[in-house]
Design a protein around this ligand. Structure first.
Ligand code: 3HC
Length: 284
């Protein structure tokens, strides 16, 4: 199966980045959003990131124009009927995602199409079960910023067809030029199973007054050669996304390491979501 027509549901931080990656890789991409405002914000995000790629010398102006011309924006899911691949990157809410998968199932006509979720930590099988084709559903998990981070987790549920897993693995490696790794449908897959306890632990350290955010971050940058420290990284990922991931992993595992820190919940209650809202633990 040669995938040429793809779509992304949602154009927030991750959806916009994934749409950009697909368009740069030559895909005909439709970006679907819930409202004209959200769609305009998504367009703006992609346009700015493409401009940054050109400014950084990662993309020629010609390639930027080509990529841009391959992107279409819609607020009508019905426009996705002819898609061969749809990647859902809506907000981390299980009910919203299930209803998106049910809708995609009724809209996408090609029975060979692949329906994927970019969820950070939610069970893929629950989205698969919302469709009449659970064997064609899997997780395709990108990392923020998607145009920069090379990794993609391929998450097979217990019923994902092996041919679907293989097609996506080849697509990610050969068409998108990224590095696929295979993960089981367990809470947090591979990366977030390790990352979310780390971020929660750093926030608890801050909450306890044990160290400042600057020193926590400097510790991991200078001591462990991470490109950024955990508090800055939580801001980059989005504090709402961190909270949803921790909540969903805690609900399934009861592991105290992913029990959401109260400070994280309060930041989200306050609308302080990190880079995406202009203020989180740091000002952006
Ligand atoms: N398009 C293409 N390339 C871009 C770009 C864009 N829009 N923006 C930046 N780049 C390139 C730059 O050219 C540069 O490349 P170079 O190293 O070859 O020169 C590189 O990306 C770094 O960019 P910058 O110099 O602008 O920025 P920094 O050096 O400050 O790096 C960062 C920023 C890439 C965010 C880096 O700090 C980093 O990697 N941080 C860690 C991010 C991380 O861990 N992400 C994973 C989060 S977890 C997740 O997403 C999962 C979720 O489920 C929770």
């Amino acid at each position: 199966m040669s995938i040429q027509r793809s779509a992304v549901i949602g154009s927030g931080l991750m959806g916009a980045g994934i749409a950009e990656v697909l368009a740069k890789a030559g895909q005909d991409v439709i970006v679907s959003e819930v409202s004209a405002e959200a769609s305009a914000a998504g367009r703006d995000r992609i346009e700015k990131s493409l401009a940054k790629a050109v400014a950084k010398g990662k993309l020629s102006a010609d390639d930027r124009d080509q990529a841009w011309s391959r992107l279409r924006f819609t607020t009508d899911t019905g426009d996705l009927a002819d898609r061969q691949l749809v990647i859902e990157a809506a907000s981390e809410n299980e009910d919203i995602k299930k209803s998106i998968f049910a809708e995609l199932d009724s809209v996408v006509t090609d029975s060979d199409a692949i329906l994927a979720s970019n969820t950070s930590s939610m069970p893929i099988i629950r989205f698969a079960q919302a469709t009449s084709r659970p064997d064609r559903v899997l997780g395709v998990h990108f990392f923020n910023p998607a145009p920069v981070q090379p990794l993609v987790e391929i998450v097979s549920s217990v019923v994902t067809a092996d041919a679907v897993r293989q097609t996506m693995t080849d697509f990610v490696a050969e068409v998108l030029g990224k590095t696929p790794i295979q993960a089981g449908d367990r809470p947090g897959f591979i990366v977030n199973a390790l990352l979310i306890p780390y971020l929660c632990s750093a926030i608890r350290m801050l909450e306890s007054g044990f160290a400042t955010k600057e020193d926590i971050d400097a510790g991991m940058v200078g001591g462990c050669a991470h490109p950024m420290g955990p508090i800055a990284l939580a801001d980059l990922v989005g504090l709402d996304t961190c909270l949803f991931a921790a909540e969903s992993m805690y609900a399934e595992t009861g592991d105290p390491a992913v029990k959401p820190p109260v400070l994280l919940s309060r930041m989200v209650d306050a609308g302080l979501l990190g880079v995406k809202s202009g203020r989180g633990f740091y000002d952006h």
